[in-house]
Design a protein around this ligand. Structure first.
Ligand code: ITT
Length: 211
C-alpha cells in the first residue's frame, strides 16, 4: 500500500485519480529550508519512510511569482495561512507589472530500495554532502543516507495571477489563471489535466506501474 504523505486533503483528492491503492498518511514532517521543492520533498520522503516502513510519496508544492523572484514558493502554505490569498493578490497587483506565475510540484518516492539507472532525477544531494563531511546528513536518522534513495517527479504549470474567481480547488487556485480560466473555475479532472500536480502524478503513476 502506497502512503501519500500529506496533511492537505485537497492534494489527496487530486492524487486519488492517478493511484489505485493509496492511503493518506497525515504526517507533518519537518520541512527543511530550501528555495526548491525537490530537497524539501526528498527530506520529507526519508522521514516518512522511516515512520511508515513502507512505500511513501511526499508532495511538496508551491506558487512561484515571477516578479517576486519566486516568492512565496516554499513558503506558500505559511503565506496562505497568514496573509490569505486575497492579500497576496492585492500585494502582487500593487507591486508588480509582471503577473506571471507558476505552480510547481515535486513528488518524492521512497520505499527503502534503490532504483535502476535512469535519466530521471534521483535525489543524491544530501548524501553527497554527508559523504563530504563524513557525517550523516540527517540528524534524526538511524540509518545512513545511502540506505534511502529517493526518486523525484516534477510538474510545472505556468499562468498568471488574477483577482480571485471560482470556488473549486484549494489554496491559491482562485487567483491562478491558466488559459483564461482560474484553477478554481475548473473541475477536478480539468485541473488535473493541466496542473503541476497532475503532470507530476502522471509521470509517477507510469513509473510506479512498472515498479
Ligand atoms: P503537506 O505539506 O502536509 O502536504 P501543505 O498544504 O503544507 O500540506 P506544502 O507545504 O506543499 O503543503 O504547501 C503547499 C502550499 O502551496 C499549499 O498549502 C497551497 O497554499 C499551495 N498549493 C500547492 N498546490 C496547490 C494547488 O494545486 N492549488 C492551489 N494551491 C496550491
Amino acid at each position: 500500500m502506497l502512503h501519500y504523505v500529506t496533511t492537505n486533503d485537497g492534494k489527496l483528492a487530486e492524487a486519488d485519480d492517478y493511484l489505485d491503492e493509496v492511503t493518506q498518511f497525515d504526517f507533518d514532517y519537518t520541512e527543511i529550508q530550501a528555495a526548491d521543492p525537490a530537497p524539501i520533498a526528498a527530506h520529507g520522503a526519508r522521514a516518512a519512510y522511516r515512520r511508515v516502513d513502507g512505500p511513501v510519496l511526499v508532495d511538496d508544492a508551491g506558487l512561484f511569482l515571477e516578479g517576486f523572484d519566486g516568492f512565496p514558493g516554499p513558503y506558500s502554505a505559511f503565506v496562505e495561512n497568514t496573509l490569505g490569498i486575497d492579500t497576496v493578490w492585492r500585494l502582487a497587483d500593487a507591486e508588480l507589472d509582471d503577473h506571471r506565475a507558476a505552480f510547481r510540484c515535486v513528488l518524492a518516492y521512497c520505499d527503502g530500495e534503490s532504483f535502476d539507472a535512469s535519466p530521471d532525477p534521483v535525489d543524491r544531494g544530501d548524501r553527497v554532502a554527508a559523504a563530504a563531511t563524513g557525517a550523516d546528513a540527517d540528524e534524526d536518522n538511524d540509518t545512513t543516507e545511502t540506505d534511502l534513495p529517493v526518486k523525484l517527479f516534477e510538474g510545472v504549470v505556468r499562468g498568471q495571477l488574477v483577482p480571485p474567481r471560482g470556488d473549486g480547488g484549494f489554496g491559491y487556485d482562485p487567483i491562478f489563471e491558466y488559459d483564461g480560466t482560474t484553477m478554481a473555475e475548473m473541475g477536478p479532472a480539468e485541473k488535473n489535466a493541466i496542473s503541476h500536480r497532475g503532470r507530476a502524478l502522471e509521470k509517477f503513476a507510469e513509473w510506479y506501474a512498472q515498479r
